[in-house]
Design a protein around this ligand. Structure first.
Ligand code: MN
Length: 195
């Protein structure tokens, strides 16, 4: 996507559609205010720079400092919120299911390892499931605005573990907040990203 005039896409579900996993209040603050601010900051920061004509993924790979932070946070939040739906399939199928079973032993074990990685990430950040060029899957922890694009990997799933993602609904209960997200992850969307 071009970032020259980067805009915030409208969510493909109603703001209350993800409750109780994510409340309408959290969607409104997290996507409506936090994410909006990252996009606005990014647009201001890149105006008149070499980054103004670049795809946002290339900005993430090539920038650092405030431009990286705002570009990556803008991209990460769209990727995160566009993973969910109130009525999608709750388990992976096909090639992604085979890869999860191969690389993590089972879907249940994958979910446990993914949440554990998110719970153990110290401070703010993101836990990611990504694939390499051969289709091998990796769980990685990234602090702050981090994104596995900078490691040459293709992200397919992420959970936001910044406190702003869950504090209104779960206060300090990060593990509970992350485990509830399994109710709303749309595995058809995640599977399409694996192709
Ligand atoms: Mn966030």
């Amino acid at each position: 996507m071009k970032t020259e005039v980067f805009t915030q896409p409208k969510l493909p579900y109603a703001p209350d559609a993800l409750a109780p996993a994510i409340s309408q209040e959290t969607v409104d603050y997290h996507y409506g205010r936090h994410e909006k601010a990252y996009i606005e900051n990014l647009n201001k920061l890149i105006e008149g720079t070499e980054y103004a004509d670049m795809d946002i993924e290339d900005i993430i790979r090539e920038s650092e400092g405030p431009i990286f932070n705002n570009a990556s946070q803008a991209w990460n939040h769209i990727f995160y919120f566009f993973t969910f739906s109130p009525d999608g399939p709750t388990e992976p199928e096909g090639e992604l299911r085979k890869a999860i079973d191969r690389d993590f032993g089972s879907f249940d074990n994958f979910k446990k390892e993914f949440v554990d990685a998110g719970v153990k990430l110290f401070g703010s950040g993101w836990v990611w499931l990504s694939r390499d060029q051969d289709g091998k899957l990796f769980i990685t922890q990234k602090s702050n605005a981090g994104n596995p694009l900078t490691d040459g990997l293709t992200p397919i799933l992420t959970f936001d573990v910044w406190e702003h993602a869950y504090y209104l609904d779960y206060q300090n209960r990060r593990a509970e907040a992350l485990n509830k997200l399994w109710d709303i992850v749309d595995w058809e969307i995640v599977g399409n990203r694996y192709q």
